[in-house]
Design a protein around this ligand. Structure first.
Ligand code: ATP
Ligand code: MG
Length: 369
């Protein structure tokens, strides 16, 4: 229930106003002069004050000054009631911070209208303020999440960097120290392992760079005319060299049109989708990469015959660090698909995932040409 303080020295009018307001469901306090009014306001904070101007002891201007000078009452809406409707009076009152005025004699409706208008305004100001506070809180929360994300990122990258470097060192030592005891085939395995680790390190560096640029809003989108099928053929060939011993990579492209796209982002998209397809499917299976371009769209689809993704996990996977519950011991940071999603968004495209446990996964990226 809203509390209204009525400060008025004319007792008949005071009683009448009190009646009107109580009938409207307001809780009403009254005071018969300025000093009593100020005391009442500090005793119990009202939601609105209706105050006469000319009163004995302390007049309405004095009451208003007292209210506006105290932090707890400075925002309470204040309506002057004045018999002297001189412009001078009104201007003075408004300059001192009154919210509205009504001139005597006034009707019940005039008074009620003025009060409800002020209360509504105050409420909307408060709502606005609350919204602003909520927005700040949200921004603060996001900032905190970003910071946590970054520390997590650094920890994970350091861990993966160490793994790749350790693997390079071991293969290198083996090739150097056991050169004459290792046959040609084993040597090739270690050379390939070194190459795969170096490529992984390079991709991780690229990922970090792109993620950092996208997150700080410093990523400059530089689309160019690309011979997309040649570009993807090159990437597929690289994977065939490094992973040909475990997987067969098939590239189909019923489309040879040029596409406007940013090569750095396309590299991220292709690398992450193909490396996922290989990583999450058993040796001896096929990874099919297909490129088509019907109706002004470029469609890239990467299909594997791997472990699949539980349906419940699928929606979250485009968020950084989210991994499915069936990854087992397969290493990963959970960043790949988040990067792919960002790269696709920047191109104004879309991404969709289809997957069946134990049967395989296909990820489809659509980019407008
Ligand atoms: P990285 O950041 O090194 O790529 P990651 O592969 O775990 O790590 P994402 O590429 O973002 O991360 O993939 C998120 C998760 O989605 C994976 O952890 C895996 O659970 C699931 N996933 C992605 N692609 C496949 C796929 N082709 N088959 C099965 N699961 C997949
Ligand atoms: Mg991945």
């Amino acid at each position: 229930m809203k509390k209204i303080l009525v400060i008025e020295d004319e007792s008949i009018l005071r009683g009448e106003v009190q009646q009107w307001l109580m009938l409207e469901g307001y809780e009403v306090q009254t005071a018969e002069n300025g000093i009593a009014g100020v005391e009442a306001a500090f005793r119990q904070l009202p939601d609105l004050i209706v105050c006469d101007i000319s009163m004995p002891r302390l007049d309405g201007y004095g009451v208003l000054l007292e209210m506006r000078s105290n932090p707890s009452t400075t925002e309470v809406p204040f309506i002057f009631v004045t018999a002297r409707a001189s412009h001078e009076d009104i201007r003075r009152g408004m300059q001192m911070g009154a919210d509205d005025y009504i001139t005597k004699p006034f009707t019940r409706l005039e008074l009620l209208d003025a009060i409800s208008a002020r209360l509504r305004k105050k409420e909307s100001q408060e709502q606005h303020f609350q919204q602003e506070v909520a927005q700040w809180q949200q921004a603060f929360e996001q900032e905190r999440e970003q910071r946590q994300l970054k520390s997590k990122l650094v920890a994970m990258f350091s861990h993966d960097f160490r793994n790749s470097l350790a693997s390079i060192l071991s293969s290198n030592s083996l090739l150097r120290d056991y050169a004459n005891r290792v046959d040609e085939e084993r040597r090739l395995v270690h050379f390939n392992r070194i190459e795969a680790s170096v490529r992984q390190l390079l991709q991780m560096l690229d990922d970090m760079l792109v993620v950092a640029q996208i997150e700080s809003g410093r990523f400059e989108f530089k689309p160019e005319q690309m011979n997309i099928h040649e570009y993807l053929q090159g990437i597929t060939d690289e994977y065939q060299i490094t992973h040909g011993d475990t997987h067969t990579l098939v590239f189909e492209y019923p489309c040879t049109k040029a596409v406007m796209a940013d090569p750095r982002l396309l590299r991220q998209i292709a690398d992450n989708l193909i490396s996922n397809a290989i990583k999450y499917s058993p040796a001896g299976t096929e990874v099919r990469i297909s490129l088509s371009c019907p109706d002004g769209e470029m469609i890239l689809k990467v299909l594997d015959q791997g472990v699949g993704i539980p349906e419940a996990d699928q929606p979250g996977l485009f968020t950084a660090f989210q991994r499915a519950s069936n990854v087992g011991k397969t290493q990963g940071t959970g960043l790949g698909l988040a990067i792919v999603k960002q790269a696709v968004d920047i191109h104004g495209g879309s991404i969709a995932l289809e997957s069946r446990i134990g049967q395989g996964t296909s990820v489809t990226v659509r980019i407008p040409m």
